[in-house]
Write a protein that binds this ligand. Sequence first.
Ligand SMILES: [Zn+2]
Length: 147
Amino acid sequence: MPTQAKQQPNQSISGFEPYKEVKGEEYMGKPMRDHFTKILNKWKQDLMQEVDRTVDHMKDEAANFPDPADRASQEEEFSLELRARDRERKLIKKIDKTLQLIEDEEYGWCESCGVEIGIRRLEARPTADMCVDCKTLAEIKEKQVGK
Ligand SMILES: [Zn+2]
């Protein structure tokens, strides 16, 4: 469903070369940090463009519909879009936080247990701050709390 897909924030990042490690390379040395900085900046740019586009689109479309049914469906559409934009803004914040972590050279380790998160996982989810195990555990806990 294309409309459904449009509401989802862009969770995947395309258009970058997977990192090629040199044998014996230090984990999260400068070349790796540069690699992820580039990915995150590109992703952030894409998201910000998306936010701008929606705002423009909503300004254009905020025309007066004389028919209340049309108005209602337009409001519905706007509120869906706003919720999607809200998620994108949160994601952008998270990206900023992640970029800061890279700068502080604290990026790439699990926040909870301290193991290396791993390049491949980070390339799939550059904002990941936990290893797979801790993340899974956290998600289970979150469900139990009933969020
Ligand atoms: Zn962990």
